[in-house]
Design a protein around this ligand. Structure first.
Ligand SMILES: [Ca+2]
Ligand SMILES: [Ca+2]
Ligand SMILES: [Ca+2]
Ligand SMILES: [Ca+2]
Length: 304
């Protein structure tokens, strides 16, 4: 949940916010795609419509909702590899805390990348596919931002402070990481130096869920500065902060399409968490999921 950065961040908040069991949606169909499936773009997300959180894919018009995971654990936070061949996610399937995993885009080839007694989650690939930024509580007390190589080696802490750090995302050129800390959106160099706020730290409002546009010029984020959570877009230097959603319920988790023309996001405007898409200027807001369960954390694949 967008307002749950005390404790375990979004994972714990979302796990605690689950409503009733949902009827099985379109996800368990057997529409066996053939070898000649044409190139397409998928939106990955996670949903508890089957009783606990699973990673799902759907087409960008909301059709073809299909689960990639199927187990009793909580599988959350999908992130596409830049080449569209793999999906990273977090799961507590091997114990009481979440670890970061990678699977092929058809759900096969599961590989665990982290292994410790604290929660690890929020993995995001660098655009060259060589590294992850992620969140871990392994060093005690509160969550910090880490990086590792794409095979899980070289796990290195970037932040070290008394507050919870979360939601890291790379700049397209790989030189910077934007993230959430101290109730604001911050940016730092990819080696952890130069940590600085992009949103105003002097207000009571919180800004969160940053996502860098594919051309590097803009950052989308969520903020409750106008009374409830809305999606905003700003220039990458923090100037020009502009609201692109406007309604009485919570809108958060913006995710740019790979061509930069659209933003997917999570909203509660229709009574529970659903995935929506809109043009990057906020026009054309369209719901893609529609069920009483939680649907959240959208991430666009490239054309694949
Ligand atoms: Ca599961
Ligand atoms: Ca911290
Ligand atoms: Ca709103
Ligand atoms: Ca829903």
């Amino acid at each position: 949940m967008y307002a749950s950065w005390t404790g375990f961040g979004r994972l714990a908040g979302r796990a605690a916010a689950v409503g009733g069991l949902a009827l099985v949606g379109a996800g368990c169909g057997d529409d066996n795609p053939t070898q000649s499936t044409p190139p397409k773009i998928d939106i990955a997300f996670y949903t508890d419509r089957d009783g606990n959180f699973e990673i799902y894919l759907m087409n960008t018009d909301g059709t073809g909702q299909t689960n990639l995971t199927n187990n009793a654990a909580s599988d959350q936070g999908p992130a596409w590899s830049p080449d569209g061949s793999k999906v990273a996610f977090s799961s507590d399937r091997d114990g009481s805390t979440s670890e970061i995993y990678v699977m092929n885009a058809d759900g096969t080839g599961l590989t665990r990348l982290t292994n410790n007694s604290a929660g690890d989650y929020g993995a995001q690939w660098s655009l060259d596919g060589s590294k992850f930024a992620f969140v871990s509580g392994r060093d005690g007390g509160n969550d910090e931002i880490y990086v590792m190589n794409a095979d899980g080696t070289g796990q290195t802490r970037l932040t070290n402070n008394a507050t919870y750090d979360s939601a890291p995302t790379w700049s397209p050129d790989g030189t910077k990481i934007v993230y959430h800390t101290s109730s604001q959106v911050y940016v730092m160099n990819a080696d952890g130096t130069g940590q600085a706020p992009l949103t105003n730290s002097s207000t009571e409002a919180e800004s969160f869920d940053p996502d860098w546009s594919p051309d590097g010029t803009k950052i989308a984020f969520g903020s409750n500065r106008d009374g409830n959570s809305e999606i905003y877009v700003m220039n990458a230097d923090g100037t020009g902060q502009t609201r692109v959603t406007n309604n009485a319920t919570a809108d958060y988790e913006p995710a740019w399409s790979r061509d930069g023309s659209q933003i997917a996001f999570t909203s509660q405007r229709d009574g529970n968490e659903e995935i929506y898409v809109m043009n990057a200027d906020g026009t054309g807001q369209t719901r893609l999921t529609n069920n009483p369960a939680s649907d959240a954390g959208p991430d666009w694949s490239p054309l694949r």
